[in-house]
Design a protein around this ligand. Structure first.
Ligand SMILES: [Zn+2]
Length: 207
């Protein structure tokens, strides 16, 4: 039976989204077709906007609108990287720009940031070069940093990345710390899985 080539192309395109397989992509595409045209066009306009009007800071890697970036020798710098009132001795390494916004808005951390392009995952062809370790190395080489705070996930890939960055920091004699993982606030131990409890126990701190 003849099918719409354009619709099938859209389904294929949607599968680039994380966690979206062929079936989910199909559901999304048909939902977009059922939406009124205006809503679907609005989505396509938003996609166009992010590709043409958003850049990532060449130093830390966070995303900002081009108009909010500062051009420095043809590179984009963000307000966080050039801020004078931040602690130059600390850098927090995350695996995604979204984590920077979360940490900056929910903690009193006032150092600098560095966003890796995801985590190491050799099976998916993602090695140190792919996740931006060279950029991090260049950032650490610029000096002044004496503490690197690792804020990567506790997944196998996050742990591997953490281990790699740890070795890199040792090369520069930079003290390394990792954000603590474990019992959520107001959480009851009985509801937690054994891995979380074991990690929290291992990371206990003196009172
Ligand atoms: Zn920046």
């Amino acid at each position: 039976m003849k099918q719409s080539k354009h619709l099938n192309d859209l389904i294929d395109a949607l599968t680039i989204l994380p966690g979206v397989g062929k079936k989910s992509a199909q559901r999304m595409a048909y939902k977009l077709m059922r939406n009124n045209t205006e809503k679907t066009l609005n989505l396509s306009q938003k996609l166009l906007n992010v590709t043409s009007m958003v850049s990532n800071c060449k130093i830390c890697g966070i995303y900002l609108d081009n108009e909010d970036m500062l051009m420095q020798q043809n590179d984009h710098d963000c307000h966080l990287c050039i801020a004078q009132n931040r602690d130059v001795s600390k850098i927090c390494v995350t695996e995604s720009p979204a984590d920077v916004y979360t940490i900056d808005s929910s903690t009193d951390y006032k150092g600098y940031y560095f966003v890796l392009d995801g985590n190491l995952s050799p099976l998916d062809g993602r090695g140190p070069v792919e996740i931006g370790i060279k950029r991090l190395e260049a950032r650490l080489e610029r000096g002044n940093i004496n503490e690197l705070i690792l804020a990567t996930s506790t997944t196998i890939e996050g742990e591997a990345t953490s281990h790699y960055v740890q070795q890199l920091s040792n090369k520069f004699n930079i003290k390394i710390s990792r954000i603590a993982f474990g019992i959520p606030l107001n959480g009851e131990l009985g509801y937690l899985d054994s891995d979380t409890i074991s990690h929290a126990f291992k990371e206990r701190k003196e009172l």
